[in-house]
Design a protein around this ligand. Structure first.
Ligand code: CTP
Ligand code: MG
Length: 221
């Protein structure tokens, strides 16, 4: 394998409601992070996995993942971007393709890691999995009055894993200012082209209790 996968998993999971850090919340009896790492490790191209855990849970996460895959666990930061930077710093020399994958997208299938990595391997500096936007989207003002309707056909909803040539991701994080919700956003700001590949419905982000309920229905029986 020529791929390292960074798994930011240090978030609190505030929108999921009370119950501890989201990555450790249970889905079908297993923590979200276990589901995520199992699928990452099943992708044949993956050589290295680095998880950014909640700082108070580093030892617990190491223990939890010991039977799942060979992983390096580091303490994450206060913002997602910081967690990614800390995980990136722990990648050994070797892998030239880096994927960044949210633990919250716990059911992203191994094939998705392969398709994103393949596009980077084919020469794309940055690659994101996307789905078409199905809802009509409107821009509104602060009072909730519609300003206009956005052309939906030009919009895409973005998932993870996002893939990068190693030097591209390193440069993006080195020059990073402000917190964005994804890594490709940092790369865009550097003027580097970001390419879309087909996303996967099972890569949905588990954000609210509704999403956890949906994910339960997607578990293999
Ligand atoms: N994340 C992280 N470090 C942070 C914040 C977020 O590693 N300081 C990770 C989360 O663990 C998650 C991913 O980034 O896997 C996407 O973040 P999100 O879905 O927002 O998760 P949380 O921040 O945990 O949720 P919330 O915003 O509801 O608190
Ligand atoms: Mg968050």
């Amino acid at each position: 394998g020529d791929v390292a996968v960074l798994v930011p998993a240090a978030g609190a999971g505030v929108r999921l409601g009370p119950g501890g850090p989201k990555a450790l919340r249970l889905l079908g009896g297993e923590p979200l992070l276990v589901h995520a790492v199992r699928r990452v490790a099943a992708a044949p191209s993956v050589r290295t996995i680095v998880v950014a855990a909640p700082p108070s849970e580093v030892a617990a996460v190491r223990h939890l993942l010991a039977s799942v895959a060979a992983v390096t666990v580091v303490a994450g930061g206060a913002e997602r971007q910081e967690s990614v930077a800390l995980a990136l710093a722990a990648v050994p020399a070797g892998p030239e393709i880096i994927l960044v994958h949210d633990a919250a997208r716990a059911l992203a299938p191994p094939e998705l890691f392969e398709s994103v990595a393949a596009a980077v391997r084919a020469g794309r500096p940055a690659v994101i999995p996307v789905l078409p936007v199905v809802d009509t989207v409107k821009e509104v003002d602060a009072g909730g009055v519609v300003l206009g309707t956005v052309d939906r056909s030009a919009l895409r909803a973005v998932q993870t894993p996002q893939g990068f040539q190693r030097a591209v991701l390193a440069a993006a994080h080195a020059g990073a200012a402000g917190a964005l919700t994804d890594d490709a956003g940092l790369v865009e700001k550097q003027g580097i082209p970001v390419t879309c590949v087909d996303g996967h419905e099972h890569a949905l982000k588990i954000t609210r209790p509704f999403d956890l309920a949906v994910a339960t229905l997607l578990l293999p029986s």
